[in-house]
Write a protein that binds this ligand. Structure first.
Ligand code: NAI
Length: 343
C-alpha cells in the first residue's frame, strides 16, 4: 500500500522507514504540507499521513476522496485540523491518541522552571562570563497553586509532576474524572485562584480562546500561563495585553495560534511577518518553543509504531482501535461504542 506522507521532517524518517518497511508500506515523503493546493500530490495513493499543521478541510477531503485515498493517518493526537464531518462516509481517519504523554508534561514543567528560575537568561549570561545575579530572582513552586485545564493523559501526568514539587493542584475538565482525587473547580475559580495555569485540553469551538481578555482579567496578578496544547486556546493579542498590564507575570508557549506557516522552519535570516508573535517573543517574560513538547526519542518511536499499525489494521480490515469517530472521537459519544468502523 502506498502512503503520501506530508510535512515530513528529518526526525520523522528513521522510525517511519523502519516500521513502514517491516509492515510492507511504501511511504512517499513530501516536505510540503497538505492543503487545497497540494492535495493533488496524493493522487494514486491509498492513504495520507499528516501532522498538526496540515489543513484537511472539506475541500481537501473531497479531493483526496476523488483521488482514491481511503484513509487519513494523523501522526499526532489532536485532530482540530481535520474536518471529520466531511470525512464521514468517504475517508476513515485514524490518529495516535498517546505516544508519550510524559514528553509533553515534562516539557511543560521544563518551560515553567526555565521561566520562573530565569534559566534561559542565566545560560546566556554565563556563556559570556557574566556571573551577575541581578534580575534573576525567581519564586518557589512549593506551596503555589497550579490550575490545570484538561485532566486527560497529559494533564494528569503534569498534575503528578506538580504534586512532586509540593504544589496545590486545582483543575477544570468538561468531563471530570470520577474518583481521581483531583480537586475540580469551575473555570472562573481556577482563573481566580491559580498562580500557574496550564492548558491540556483539546482545541474545539468551545475551547477556542479559552484564555482571552475576560479570563485574564479574572486571573491573579503575576499568573504564569503555560500552553503546550493548541495555540488557539489563547487569544494571543489578549495575552500581550495582559502582559503589558502586568497581570500575566510570564507565559510559556509551545504552540501559537498562527504557528502553521512559521513553526518547524528556520527564519533566522528573515523578517517574520507575524507582529503578534514578534512582540510576544520580544517580551522578557515570554518563552516560546516551536511545538517541540512531543519531541523525544520515545515519542517518535511510539508515533511511527502506532501510525503504521493503524494503517496496516485499516488495509487488512482489522478492528480500528484508533479511528476517530465522525461524531467527535469520544468513546462515550460514539454511536457504535467503537466496536465497528465509523462507517
Ligand atoms: P486527552 O484526550 O487524554 O485529554 C484531554 C482532556 O481534555 C480530557 O480529559 C477531556 O475531557 C478534556 N476536555 C475536553 N473538552 C474540554 C473542555 N471544553 N474544557 C476542558 N477540558 C476539556 O488528551 P491528551 O493526550 O492529554 O492531550 C491534550 C492536548 O495536548 C491535545 O488535545 C493536543 O492538542 C495537545 N498535544 C500537544 C502536543 C505538543 O507537542 N505540544 C503533543 C500532544 C498533544
Amino acid at each position: 500500500m502506498k502512503i503520501a506522507f506530508f510535512d515530513t521532517k528529518d526526525y520523522d524518517l528513521p522510525a517511519f522507514r523502519k516500521f513502514g518497511e517491516a509492515a510492507g508500506l511504501e511511504f512517499k515523503f513530501y516536505d510540503t504540507k497538505l492543503d487545497e493546493d497540494t492535495a493533488g500530490l496524493a493522487r494514486g495513493y491509498d492513504g495520507v499521513c499528516v501532522f498538526v499543521n496540515d489543513r484537511v478541510s472539506a475541500a481537501v477531503v473531497d479531493s483526496l476522496h476523488a483521488y482514491g485515498v481511503r484513509v487519513i493517518a494523523l501522526r499526532c493526537a489532536g485532530y482540530n485540523n481535520v474536518d471529520l464531518a466531511a470525512c464521514y462516509g468517504k475517508i476513515h481517519v485514524v490518529r495516535v491518541p498517546a505516544y508519550s504523554p510524559y514528553a509533553v508534561a515534562e516539557h511543560t514543567m521544563a518551560l515553567l522552571l526555565t521561566s520562573i528560575r530565569r534559566i534561559h537568561k542565566a545560560y546566556n549570561r554565563t556563556r559570556e562570563f557574566n556571573f551577575s545575579l541581578s534580575g534573576l530572582t525567581g519564586f518557589d513552586l512549593h506551596g503555589k497553586t497550579v490550575g490545570v485545564v484538561g485532566t486527560g493523559k497529559i494533564g494528569r501526568i503534569f498534575i503528578d509532576i506538580c504534586r512532586g514539587f509540593g504544589m496545590r493542584v486545582i483543575a477544570y475538565d468538561k468531563y471530570p474524572a470520577k474518583d481521581s482525587g483531583i480537586d475540580y473547580v469551575s473555570l472562573d475559580e481556577l482563573f481566580e485562584r491559580s498562580d500557574v495555569i496550564s492548558l491540556h485540553c483539546p482545541l474545539s469551538e468551545e475551547t477556542y480562546h479559552l484564555i482571552g481578555e475576560d479570563a485574564i482579567n479574572k486571573c491573579k496578578k503575576g499568573v504564569v500561563i503555560l500552553n503546550t496544547s493548541r495555540g488557539a486556546l489563547i487569544d494571543a493579542e489578549a495575552l500581550l495585553g495582559g502582559i503589558k498590564r502586568r497581570i500575566v507575570g510570564a507565559a510559556c508557549l509551545d504552540v501559537y495560534e498562527e504557528e502553521s506557516d512559521i513553526f518547524f522552519h528556520d527564519f533566522s535570516g528573515h523578517i517574520v511577518e507575524d507582529d503578534t508573535l514578534a512582540r510576544l517573543i520580544s517580551m522578557p517574560n515570554v518563552i516560546v518553543t516551536s511545538h517541540q513538547a512531543f519531541l523525544t526519542e520515545e515519542a517518535l518511536t511510539g508515533i511511527a509504531e502506532t501510525t503504521v499499525k493503524n494503517l496496516t489494521d485499516f488495509f487488512s480490515g482489522a478492528h480500528l482501535e484508533n479511528e476517530l469517530c465522525y461524531n467527535c472521537g469520544k468513546i462515550e459519544e460514539c454511536r457504535k461504542g467503537r466496536k465497528e468502523r465509523c462507517f
